[in-house]
Design a protein around this ligand. Structure first.
Ligand SMILES: Cc1cc2nc3c(=O)[nH]c(=O)nc-3n(C[C@H](O)[C@H](O)[C@H](O)COP(=O)(O)OP(=O)(O)OC[C@H]3O[C@@H](n4cnc5c(N)ncnc54)[C@H](O)[C@@H]3O)c2cc1C
Length: 478
C-alpha cells in the first residue's frame, strides 16, 4: 500500500513557477503557513527559461527615465485584446506589477536593463534581471526555504476536493508511490498552462502540431484540478505565445534568430505566403508559420545576407534574449552543425539546386524568386505590400533555414474573477480556491499580448502576489 502523509496548512500552492513562488513568498510575509508542491524536482517552471518580466511605473523604469505610464499600458492592452480582456483583472495587474520589482530588489535582484521588445509599439516594459529569470526563481526558492515554507519537490497534485463550497483537500503523489493528503484553508492552482499537451492545444488553440519550448510540465493539470472543484475553462482560453525557431534549437541560439530575419520566406511548396517584414514584430512569424498547412517554412539567404548577420547584426532580435542589432557571432558554427545534420539547413551554388535540396517544386519557386527580385528593384511588393527589407538574392552560395513554430506558453485557462478566485459555472467563487499565472484567464482576452515585453512572466509574478493578499484575508476569516 502507498505511504500516505496527512498535512495541514493555511495556503497550499500547486506549482513552484513564477506565480507559485511569488504567492508563497507574499503569503509568508502576511503570516500564513504555506505548503508548496511541484511535480518536478527543480523549482522555477518555465519561468526559469524566461529572460524578463513586465512591470509598469516601477522604480527601475523611473530611475531610467522611461516615460511609459500605467494608463498608457492599460489602454494599449485593452485595445490589443480587442476589448475582450477582463478590465478589472487587467487593471489590478497594471496597478500592482511594480510591487514585484520592489520585492525582488529587497531580495538582492539587480536589473541589467528595461527594454521594449516590439519595434512597432516600443513599450519599454521588459525588466531583465542579472542572471535573467533563473536568478529570480533561485532567489525566491532560497527565501521560501529560509522562511520555513514546506516545499515538496517531485509531488504532482492529482486530486482537488471541495466540501461545503470551499476547497478542502489536495492529493499529490510522487513517482515512487508516496502520497500527500493536504488539508488547506486556501489553495492556489499555478501549474503553468497547457502548452505541452497536444490534445489541449488542438482543442483550445487549434495547434496540435506546435511543440512546446517549455519544460514539458505544463500539461494542463490546472484545468483538470479546477474542474474537480467545479471550475471551468474560460471562454477566453486559446491564446498561445508562439515563436518561430530552427527546429530542435533553443530560441536563444543565433541560428534561431537568423531563421526569422525578414529575408525571402517560402512555404513547403516553394511559394511566398506573407510580408516577411512582419517578423520584425515579435512572435508574428511564429503565429503565421504555426498556421501553415505543413507547419514549417524556409528562410532563404544569400552569402552576403549571412555575412551581414554575423558582422553587422540582426535586424530582428529574439525577444529579450537577443536584442535587435546583436551580431550573430555563433551563427557560422551553428550553421555548419545544422548543414552537417542535413535536415534544417541547406546550402547550394544555385537557387535551382537549393530548390531540389529542400524538396520544393522548381518552377513555382524560381517564379517566386523572380517576382521577388522585381519587387526589390521596384522597392515595393504588390502582393503582400512589403516595402522594407527587400533584398535580392545575388551572391552565391544560397542557404535555406527551416523555420518552425514553437509554443512558449498558453496565456489563459481557468475562469477567474478580478481577485483570481476560481469561478464555478454560475459565476460564484469556489471558497478559498485561486488560479494564477498561465492558469488564470482574463488579462489578455483571446490574444497573446506579444507587444508587451515580459507580460506572461510579469502577470504570473503579480497574480501570485495578488492571490496571497486575498487568500490571507480568506484564511484569517475561516
Ligand atoms: C523558452 C521560454 C522562454 C520564455 N521567455 C519569456 C520571457 O522572456 N518573458 C515572459 O514574460 N515570459 C516568457 N516565457 C513564458 C513564461 O515563462 C511563463 O509565462 C511563466 O513562467 C508562467 O508562470 P507560471 O507560474 O504560470 O508557470 P511556470 O513558471 O511554468 O510554473 C508552473 C509550475 O507548475 C508545476 N506543475 C505543473 N503541474 C503540476 C502539478 N499537477 N502539481 C504540482 N506542480 C505542477 C510545474 O512543474 C512548474 O514548476 C517563456 C517561456 C519559455 C518556455
Amino acid at each position: 500500500m502507498a505511504e500516505r502523509e496527512t498535512l495541514r496548512c493555511q495556503l497550499a500552492v500547486i506549482g513552484g513557477g513564477a506565480a507559485g513562488l511569488m504567492a508563497a513568498l507574499e503569503a509568508t510575509r502576511r503570516g500564513l503557513d504555506v505548503i508548496l508542491l511541484d511535480r518536478l524536482d527543480d523549482l522555477g517552471g518555465n519561468a526559469a527559461r524566461a529572460a524578463g518580466h513586465a512591470a509598469f511605473e516601477s522604480v527601475e523604469q523611473r530611475n531610467r527615465r522611461v516615460s511609459l505610464t500605467k494608463e498608457g499600458v492599460y489602454q494599449a492592452m485593452m485595445e490589443l485584446s480587442d476589448w475582450n480582456a477582463n478590465p478589472s483583472l487587467l487593471s489590478r495587474f497594471v496597478e500592482r506589477s511594480a510591487e514585484v520589482v520592489d520585492r525582488l530588489l529587497e531580495l538582492g535582484i539587480h536589473y541589467d536593463k528595461v527594454i521594449a521588445i516590439d519595434p512597432v509599439h516600443q513599450l519599454t516594459t521588459s525588466h531583465l534581471p542579472t542572471g535573467r529569470m533563473r536568478a529570480v526563481v533561485d532567489v525566491l526558492s532560497t527565501e521560501l526555504e529560509r522562511r520555513g515554507v514546506r516545499i515538496y519537490r517531485g509531488f504532482r497534485a492529482e486530486q482537488l476536493e471541495v466540501a461545503a463550497g470551499s476547497v478542502s483537500a489536495i492529493v499529490a503523489r510522487n513517482n515512487v508511490g508516496a502520497e500527500l493528503l493536504i488539508q488547506p484553508c486556501a489553495a492556489l492552482i499555478a501549474t503553468g498552462g497547457y502548452a505541452a499537451s497536444p490534445k489541449l492545444m488542438r482543442r483550445y488553440a487549434g495547434l496540435a502540431k506546435t511543440p512546446s519550448a517549455g519544460n514539458g510540465a505544463d500539461t494542463g493539470d490546472g484545468l483538470a484540478l479546477a474542474a474537480m472543484a467545479g471550475g471551468h475553462a474560460s471562454s477566453l482560453i486559446g491564446a498561445v505565445l508562439v515563436a518561430a525557431t530552427t527546429n530542435g534549437r533553443p530560441l536563444t541560439d543565433d541560428i534561431s534568430c537568423a531563421c526569422v530575419q525578414p529575408t525571402l520566406w517560402v512555404d513547403g511548396s516553394g511559394r511566398r505566403f506573407c510580408n516577411e517584414a512582419l517578423a520584425l514584430a515579435l512572435y508574428r512569424a511564429g503565429d503565421i508559420v504555426a498556421r501553415l498547412n505543413q507547419g514549417f517554412a524556409w528562410s532563404i539567404f544569400d552569402q552576403s545576407q549571412i555575412d551581414k548577420l554575423i558582422h553587422s547584426g540582426a535586424r530582428r532580435g529574439m525577444g529579450s534574449a537577443i536584442l535587435p542589432g546583436t551580431k550573430l557571432t555563433k551563427l557560422r558554427v551553428q550553421l555548419e552543425e545544422d548543414l552537417a545534420g542535413g535536415e534544417t539547413a541547406f546550402r547550394a551554388d544555385s537557387l535551382e539546386e537549393l530548390a531540389g535540396l529542400i524538396g520544393v517544386e522548381l518552377e513555382p519557386f524560381i517564379n517566386e524568386v523572380s517576382q521577388y527580385h522585381e519587387a526589390c528593384a521596384e522597392g515595393v511588393d504588390h502582393r503582400f505590400f512589403k516595402t522594407h527589407n527587400l533584398d535580392p538574392l545575388l551572391h552565391p552560395p544560397f542557404y535555406a533555414l527551416r523555420m518552425e513554430a514553437t509554443a512558449l506558453c498558453t496565456t489563459g485557462a481557468i475562469e477567474v474573477d478580478e481577485f483570481l478566485r476560481v469561478l464555478d459555472h454560475y459565476g460564484n467563487p469556489v471558497g478559498g480556491l485561486y488560479a494564477a499565472g498561465n492558469d488564470a484567464a482574463g488579462p489578455w482576452g483571446k490574444t497573446a499580448i506579444t507587444t508587451i515585453g515580459g507580460a506572461p512572466a510579469g502577470f504570473a509574478l503579480t497574480s501570485g502576489l495578488l492571490v496571497a493578499e486575498h487568500a490571507a484575508g480568506w484564511c484569517h476569516r475561516h
